[in-house]
Design a protein around this ligand. Structure first.
Ligand code: SAH
Length: 342
């Protein structure tokens, strides 16, 4: 059964019309779900009983079940573990820094990319999430925040999964996040992170959206990148970088490159220099993410001095560089720590 949360307002209107109903009902239904926080179709008292029954018989009402939440020691990160209708599980992370409330959503159960340093792809891909299952992660977290008088204002597709490998559902979810009748989150506050799927980047560039696109770069050359990112075999670095630049040109968005620092693998001064040469003169930001430990992996996080040196080399080359302060590491909610849960 299709989830109601998979439907954009337009699709819900079309669904209603094809079921012999008036399309303005779509707005009322959206209002019940996203504003009034109804918990079932029956509660939608301004809809006729017959319509409510028709909806309940054809569309699944939000079904994500909260299994548990874990809060980081500093209270700034909360990880939510959800059970889907088929019993599979996914996680989302709420990151609270100053006034910002960001949800890091998962878009797949497992991940096909299987990067060497990431927990999400250890067992490969189990299945795609539907748009509704992506939207519901934010719906429930937004309801949680409302009790504190707050709301979700930023979304990052940086949880489990590769967004470009579940393209349609991700795009539908973006549309729903953006809708003034649901979350009203501006596209500029939505970020998609990709391992580097060239067709996906080019396709997104043509969507007439202004979402941010981030590339998980992690190496300054194709040779090293291939060693830690299996997907690099299919998509050479040079082609990915050109696609990112096309994206930036078409959408007028800045480019961000994520670089997970792995001790003695990609964190040496020579790597920083090679990266500086690769990106010199380009309008972009490099976001350094010190490796977060993943069970069963023998990788290490570089020492603070090594990270600083790496950053300084990039900054000396006039490359805008940020160093992501790791949040939620104590509850395994940091980048790359979301894993399959059974
Ligand atoms: N599949 C997408 C989005 C998910 S990962 C992508 O590859 O971009 C979000 C970010 O966390 C990516 O940049 C990823 O490379 C990084 N990451 C993965 N594992 C990590 C780890 N153990 N420590 C630090 N960052 C990690």
């Amino acid at each position: 059964m299709q989830e109601i949360c998979s439907l954009s307002l337009e699709s819900l209107k079309a669904w209603l019309e094809s079921n012999g109903e008036k399309s303005f009902r779509a707005q009322q239904i959206y209002d019940w779900i996203y504003t009034k926080d109804a918990s079932a179709f029956e509660e939608m008292t301004n809809l006729g009983k017959e319509l409510r029954q028709k909806l309940a018989a054809s569309l699944r009402y939000p079904t994500l079940k909260l299994v548990r939440t874990q809060e980081s020691e500093d209270g700034e990160t909360i990880k939510f573990l959800w059970e889907l209708a088929d019993g599979k599980r996914v996680e989302s992370v709420l990151i609270m820094s100053a006034a910002r409330r960001t949800v890091c959503v998962s878009c797949q159960v497992g991940c096909p990319a299987r990067c060497a340093f990431c927990a999400s792809g250890k067992e490969g891909l189990m299945r795609n999430l539907s748009a509704g299952e992506i939207v519901e992660q934010v719906l429930h977290i937004n309801r949680f925040l409302k009790q504190r008088g707050e709301r979700v204002c930023h979304i990052v597709f940086m949880g489990m999964g590769e967004p470009m490998e579940n393209y349609e559902a991700v795009l539908d979810a973006i549309q729903i996040f953006n809708d003034p009748n649901s979350f009203q989150i501006s596209q500029r506050r939505i970020t998609v992170s990709t391992v580097g799927v060239v067709e996906g980047i080019d396709r997104l560039a043509k969507e007439d959206l202004s979402v941010n696109l981030v590339l998980s770069l992690h190496a300054p050359n194709q040779h090293l990148r291939k060693k830690i990112i299996p997907y690099a075999r299919k998509y050479p670095l040079e082609e990915i970088l050109m696609a990112m630049e096309r994206y930036a040109r078409e959408t007028k968005r800045d480019i961000t490159y994520e670089y997970t620092l792995l001790a003695e693998i990609n964190d040496q001064a020579e790597h920083a220099e090679e990266l500086a040469n690769l990106l010199r003169g380009k309008q972009c930001t490099v976001n350094l993410i010190p490796y977060n430990p993943v069970d069963g992996l023998k990788l290490r996080r570089p020492a603070k001095e090594a990270i600083e040196e790496f950053r300084n080399i990039l900054m000396d080359a006039k490359i805008n560089t940020t160093w992501r302060y790791t949040k939620g590491k104590d509850i395994a909610a940091a980048c790359g720590q979301l894993a399959l849960q059974k």
